[in-house]
Structures are given as C-alpha cells and as structure tokens.
Design a protein around this ligand. Structure first.
Ligand SMILES: Nc1ncnc2c1ncn2[C@@H]1O[C@H](COP(=O)(O)OP(=O)(O)OP(=O)(O)O)[C@@H](O)[C@H]1O
Ligand SMILES: [Mg+2]
Length: 419
C-alpha cells in the first residue's frame, strides 16, 4: 500500500547516477552526515517513493563536501556543554516506580468540562474530541475523550498499562499526561493544557504571527529533544507513532510540546479518514514506508516522520499538498528536487526574510531532513544524532547572524562618520 504517488527520478540524477555510486563507495566523508551506514545509490523501495533520495542526496552531498566534514565531525556522545545540559536539564524523569497518574471519576470530568459542552471543545482528531476543562483545584487541563469503540465494552488492561507508562513521563517538551477516567467503556485522558494552539495552525498563519527562522529552529530542536527523550531516556523506550504538526503544541513563549505520544496504541481501532485503517497506524504523509511495508515499528519510524515534519516547518507546506501541481504535491519530493537543482533557498517559506544566514540554515536543515526521511530505515540517523546536528546548525546560525549584525553596525558607523 502506498500513500505517496510514484515519482520519477529527476533527469539530472539519472545522468549522474554512476558517479554517485562512485562517491558512495569511495568517499566516506560525504557518505553520511550523521554516520549512518549509507548505501544511497542502491537503496530503492518497491512500495515507496521510487524517487531515489539516496542518489539525489549523494549528488548534493558531493557538492557540499565541506558541510559534510563539519557534520561528520560532530561528537559521538553527548558532551557536557550548554547544549547537552539543555537536553539533560529538561529531563525530569519521574524515578518513582509508583505511577503518578490520577484516576478521575466521570462525574469529575463532566464537571470540569460542563458536561462535555461544545463551548469547551477545542479540537477534534482521530482519537476523539478534545475539551478544555478546569479541575476542582483550578488546574486547567485538556480532556481527550476517545470515540466509543463498539467492540470494546470494558476498559482494557492494555489501555490501563499504557496510560500508567505514559503518566510516568515528564519532560519540558512533552505534554504531560495527568490522568484518565476508568469508568464503563469511556476512554478519557486528562492532559496538560497547552495554550497557544498547534504548530500547523501557526504555519497556516491562524494567529497572525509569522514564525521566524530562529523560532522554527527552536521548535524543531524542542521536538527533537522530546523524541530523543522518549527513545532513549524514558524508563521504557517509547515510540511516538504519530509525529505531525497538529501533535506539536506551542506554549505562549513558542516552546514546543509534543502531544499524543503512544496514543495511537490507545485509541480505537477504527481511526478516521486521516488515519490508516489497517493495523498500521499513523497519519498519511508522515508514515515510514518501511513500517507500511512490514508493519514493524521502530524508533526510526519516528525519525522518518520527524524528517517530513522538519520540511513542513521550514517550507510551511503540508506533507501532502492536494491542490498543487503534481510535481509539488508531495512536499518532501518537491523539496528534494529543488535541493538537487541547487534551489534549496526557494523551498523556504516565502514569508521568511531572505538573508545569507537563512540560506545556510535551510541547506543544512534540508540535508538533515532528507536523511531522516530516507526510505531506507538504516540510512536514517537516530534522534540523538539529529538533535546534536541541530544544535550545531543553531550555533552556526546565531554566529552568522551576529556577524551580519556587527557588519551592518560597522557600515552604519562608517556612513555616519562620512556624513
Ligand atoms: N493538551 C492540549 N492542550 C491544548 N490543546 C490541545 C491539547 N491536545 C489537543 N489540543 C487541540 O485539539 C486538537 C485536536 O487534537 P487531537 O490530538 O485529538 O487531534 P489531532 O492532533 O489533530 O489528530 P490525532 O488524533 O491524530 O492526534 C489539536 O490539534 C489541538 O489544537
Ligand atoms: Mg493529536
């Protein structure tokens, strides 16, 4: 089953494919930017985009050997510096073995949401309906009420176990699960309320604010922190399974919080049209092709979705843009073609200011995103490596902006002295 249309390999890539293979075999520096065991030239999936990401990227990486050197020189492990303490500093793992989950009664939650009043409704998704609510102690929460599953008259043990696992997770960039309702066949989750809407709404400009490049990069890093934590540092490694822009919620300070980790296991089996209705769950456009093919889910499935999301964050486009011309319909493929043709800057969201720092940043971010969204699982970096790479990108971006600012200050000074 394929959600993505088949693509043709761009002409330019076909022409250069033999030299790409040479590159792959002989140049370890351009082979991989994040030390994945790359086999770009030969990687092709029968089921998933036939667009050869490997060849295209190989071609581009050859052009950008300098960048690759920078990338491959990244540390293998976290070092104790400001960036890593940023990750570790925000890790607040609940070391208690007892779960801190609260079991609410249905009537408590009905009170909190004024009987699930439509005026308290803040969203609707595959899991069910989301309400804003206020608990007895005044805490504002989001209440997620799952659609009723006719085949499941009792709350399953699996559901309860999952909720308990998830409630033990605490991280600055993850929406905290506060509790659940254990009554009749209701599946209700009570989670931390995040006040500033979801990332997709912001990319769509619903709030009249254009997220600038620095904000987008910070958001991307926040999400990477959250996923690294889920994969590596939670008591039990957790795969999110449904990374997408509507599951990224923003605080008033534009910090990102990832919602719904593990939720796709908790929801009803009959997900709506935006979800895949086979045993494979997730959202079209973000789904790991290898997961689709094999039904085997790994942490690299989240990495794939993250790659797609990275492209979405910086282009502003949805992963699938139904209304566009066929060449532009699959945003990842379109961005990859543009990148291969040396037009990386053109994929940047048109609302973002064009500067030399922006140009550098988008090239590096796209390179990373394509590697994350490689059709071949083994070619994708881990979330930890992805995070480390983004720290470096942010540092370079900040330095480049500072340089630009001091240069323009110097120029202003010169002009005012001459005047
Ligand atoms: N914790 C929360 N705080 C504030 N708003 C939330 C919260 N959780 C969800 N929402 C809002 O409700 C909307 C619907 O959420 P929901 O998770 O049900 O659907 P979705 O993310 O669009 O799809 P999916 O069900 O696949 O996750 C979100 O897009 C968001 O705007
Ligand atoms: Mg959601």
């Amino acid at each position: 089953m394929s959600f993505l249309p088949q693509h043709e390999v761009p002409q330019r890539t076909k022409e250069s494919s033999s030299s790409l293979n040479e590159t792959n075999s002989s140049q370890s520096s351009s082979k991989s930017m994040l030390e994945t065991s790359s086999n770009w030239g030969s990687s092709r999936s029968d089921h998933f985009p036939t667009l050869n990401f490997g060849s295209l990227i190989g071609c581009c990486l050859r052009r950008k050997q300098k960048d690759s050197e920078m990338i491959s020189s990244l540390p293998e492990t976290f070092s104790v510096n400001s960036s890593s303490s940023q990750l570790h500093g925000s890790l607040q793992r609940n070391t208690q073995h007892e779960s801190s989950v609260i079991i609410f009664t249905l009537s408590e939650i009905m009170k909190a949401t004024s009987n699930f009043s439509p005026s308290f409704k803040i969203g609707q998704g595959g899991f069910g309906t989301v309400y804003k609510g206020q608990l007895k102690d005044g805490t504002i929460v989001a209440v997620k009420r799952a659609k009723k599953n006719p085949h499941d008259s009792q709350l399953s043990t699996e559901f309860r176990n999952e909720v308990t696992t998830l409630s033990n997770i605490e991280h600055l960039n993850l929406v905290k699960l506060i509790g659940y309702v254990e009554e009749r066949s209701e599946r209700i989750m009570v989670v931390e309320y995040v006040a500033n809407g979801n990332l997709r709404e912001h990319l769509d400009g619903h709030y009249g604010i254009v997220l600038d490049l620095a904000m987008r990069l910070d958001i991307a890093i926040d999400i990477a922190h959250a996923l690294t934590y889920l994969h590596l540092y939670a008591d039990k490694s957790i795969i999110h399974r449904d990374i997408k822009s509507s599951n990224i919620l923003l605080t008033e300070n534009f910090r990102a919080k990832v919602a719904d980790f593990g939720f796709s296991r908790l929801g009803p089996s009959d997900f709506d049209a935006s979800h895949v209705s086979t045993q494979v769950k997730g959202t079209a456009g973000y789904l790991d092709p290898e997961y689709l093919k094999t039904s085997k889910l790994t942490q690299k499935s989240d990495v794939y979705s993250y790659g797609v999301l990275l492209i979405e964050i910086f282009t502003g486009r949805r992963p699938i843009e139904q209304k566009r011309d066929s060449k532009e319909r699959i945003t990842t493929s379109w961005a990859l073609q543009m990148f291969a043709n040396g037009k990386a800057f053109e994929v940047l969201d048109p609302r973002i200011e064009r500067t030399s720092s922006a140009s550098l940043l988008i090239e590096k971010v796209l390179e990373l995103a394509f590697q994350c969204a490689s059709p071949q699982r083994h070619e994708r970096p881990t979330m930890k490596k992805t995070t480390e790479f983004l720290w470096k990108v942010r540092k370079d971006f900040q330095n480049s902006r500072q340089r630009r600012n001091s240069e323009s200050r110097e120029l202003c000074k010169l002009f005012s002295e001459k005047a």
